[in-house]
Design a protein around this ligand. Sequence first.
Ligand SMILES: *Cc1c(COP(=O)(O)O)cnc(C)c1O
Length: 482
Amino acid sequence: MQPSMAPHRPNLAAAYDSEHFRRLGHQLVDQLADHLARTTRREGPVLPWAPPATSVERFPADFPEEPTGDASALLARVIEGSHHLHHPRYVGHQVSAPLPLAALCDFVSSLLNNGMAVYEMGPVSTAMEHNVLRWMAGVLGLPEGSGGVLTSGGSAGNLTALLAARQARAGFDAWNGGPTAGPPLTVLVPESTHYCVTRSVRMMGWGAEGVTPVPVDAHYRLRPEALEETLAAAKRAGRRPIAVVASAGSTATGAFDPLEAVADFCAKHGLWFHVDGAHGASAALSPRYRHQVKGIERADSVVWDAHKLMMMPALITAVLFREGHRSFEAFAQEASYLFTGQDTRRWSDVALRTLECTKEMMALKLYTCLHTLGTKLFADSVTDTFDLSRRFAQRLQSSGDFELAVPPDCNIVCFRHTPQGVPASELDALQVRLRESLVTRGDFYLVQTTLGGRVWLRITVINPLTTDADLEALLDALRRAV
Ligand SMILES: *Cc1c(COP(=O)(O)O)cnc(C)c1O
């Protein structure tokens, strides 16, 4: 310990001591590397299941007054008791098995703590954010002049985009006058939309009718031929429709809406075209699957989570605007810009355009991984997980004792076990019981969803280390658990 440091406060000096940090850091990296080796070898449970009350007891708030010096023992218990997303038999929600390099970047971000409200507080991370966003816009095929921000998740991202859409298309100043300063607004949204879209609309004060649902087809994709009638009905009900939100990868089934048809419809009616690509915009990275997001380059705004298919730890979401300056309008009225006739708003002061004021060095992990590991890794990961999901769907269809909900568009597959002798009326309860049995044992982690009033098992192949053999083992485990 350096004697010059806060000698009258030895605990404080020890807490900031660089040598102590070095020792603990090396130890912690060893612990995490061992954990990574074990879980990727499929050792131990995926989720070490425990009821909430037990977990609460294991981590009580009995904080001592003086240091215990015992961080690594505590962190070992944290690692052991947590959900192990690097386990190749984790096939649950759309949460990534982060690249270890990305985790190290978050470690750097936490120590440097360059918040990003203004350029001076985060010069490097601001520059990285700017250029990562330009790269992402290029991948999507958005034109020159596009731009945006990184924000804390797809939910915040969709709200940001819808706020900008409102400023652009409401026809009145809802930012200053509130939602009642003009006619009531609405957005056309497929029935399959993520709940955060409807939540955003309610947060903006438009109420339940602020969302006008558009019917979906048998594949859970928005039916473009239903748009005209939905628009007319919303107008008859006294609403002013301002936007259509399409999903590039819906949450329940991973369905990709027909973006080109929606783009045509929006162009015809002067509506804002927003694509919720939180999950599936990453398809644009894959030469084999980028056709699924054809038309995304015509969007006015796109949300794209890098913490889903780009192997980043939470959270890092891009909100991209076809006209980059729109991103200033989510959280401001552009009056002063209009009156002075010149745009004095600086792209480099990120907080003008985000929900966050202080923000972590969000771009650091993605920039560093792209820079160090190369872009092909990301393209391959999308291609491989989509391919594997398709093979799994074919396997289900030929199995005789499993039913596939819909052929998968991406890496999300919904299915159910239909063993002989189980009456149709008991199949829903069976899926619930099977899932519970596998998850509490820790063999696999998968989730469930309701489609057409029936319960389905649902997997997301999001860990690039998951193999055909893992999914075959999943089917066997389900059969054995009946
Ligand atoms: C995951 C998801 C969201 C929400 O994103 P978060 O990053 O979890 O906030 C929104 N829309 C879709 C389609 C998603 O898949």
